[in-house]
Design a protein around this ligand. Sequence first.
Ligand code: HEC
Ligand code: HEC
Ligand code: HEC
Ligand code: HEC
Ligand code: HEC
Length: 213
Amino acid sequence: MFSPGAVLAAQATVALVIVGLVVGVPAFGTWREAAYQALGEPVAQPIPFSHKHHVGDDGIDCRYCHTTVETSRHAGFPSTRICLTCHSQLYTDAPVLAALHESGRTGIPIAWRRVHTLPDFVYFDHGVHVAKGVACVECHGHVDQMPLTWRAKPLQMQWCIDCHRSPAPHLHPRASIFDPRATAVSASEAANLARLMHLESQQRLTDCSTCHR
Ligand code: HEC
Ligand code: HEC
Ligand code: HEC
Ligand code: HEC
Ligand code: HEC
């Protein structure tokens, strides 16, 4: 039905696609890793904001600043107005806060540098994780000990899938979801939480279309 030339062209195309996948996918993975902030390296910010002070010492709740973490895909960054609830009175003359007051005057938001960024082809949602009892500390580590914020976990596909295969040990009771010092619960409590949360099946949580839609 097809000329020998067309068959050869088709075979060559298939071979090229296979070579492309074998070489390209791992190379792409390495390229992705290079696009992330280095694991465990503090990221310099326009204002040296410290979770260690604000969360560790002062005990301010995550939701005070990351206002949409329970309700939306994105946790969000605090507006200048939120910082100024305290800093219109506290440390007003400190040079480190000059950029904050400048932002308050001009209305231009502070350009926080991202510590975590997933590629656009990955679907992630904070709200679902928080609602089902996955604590911030599971994915962001001990921010209460970070003078500048760093990435504590890999964020690669394998990391997501490892937890999605067996989420129960990573669940926490409601009261400790925002606690940066929360530790793992006992195996029996984890099993109990998994039951209460009516978790999706492992099959659904590891299906490609769950994270790539
Ligand atoms: C007083 C406000 C404030 C509070 C409270 C706060 N944060 Fe933040 N958070 C910030 C600001 C400002 C940034 C951006 C600068 C930076 O990365 O440190 C940030 C950044 C982050 C980032 C990095 C985001 C990224 O990928 O760029 C994570 C993760 C984070 N916060 C987690 C938490 C957790 C978990 C808590 C509660 C235990 C918390 N924060 C409490 C203000 C706050
Ligand atoms: C609920 C009150 C409160 C809010 C909201 C708040 N701060 Fe602070 N901030 C403090 C206190 C208290 C200190 C004194 C430091 C300490 O804890 O010893 C401080 C200190 C600082 C310092 C001085 C350096 C340091 O860490 O000690 C910087 C910079 C700073 N804050 C930035 C910010 C930014 C940026 C925001 C908004 C994202 C913010 N703060 C929101 C209370 C607040
Ligand atoms: C299951 C893992 C996981 C949990 C639990 C989690 N995060 Fe995240 N967080 C991520 C990932 C992944 C990103 C990068 C998202 C992106 O690039 O779209 C991120 C990004 C962020 C950012 C940057 C802004 C944004 O919305 O993208 C902030 C701030 C943040 N997280 C705060 C929190 C806080 C506060 C909690 C707890 C209430 C929390 N996260 C719980 C995985 C998690
Ligand atoms: C520490 C454990 C953990 C990690 C890490 C984790 N997840 Fe999840 N994820 C969960 C749990 C638990 C649920 C809730 C399942 C349910 O709704 O029953 C969930 C749900 C989801 C859902 C919604 C599933 C649905 O049925 O709609 C998406 C999408 C998702 N995760 C994406 C990701 C991505 C992308 C990553 C990595 C960047 C990730 N998750 C990392 C535990 C985790
Ligand atoms: C639980 C969430 C999750 C599931 C399920 C998932 N992926 Fe991914 N995938 C990711 C994340 C996160 C990345 C980004 C990884 C990175 O940047 O290193 C990714 C990246 C990729 C990439 C780019 C290459 C790479 O490794 O970075 C390919 C291709 C891919 N996924 C295919 C698939 C296929 C095929 C399936 C089903 C067998 C699947 N994914 C299931 C989260 C998921």
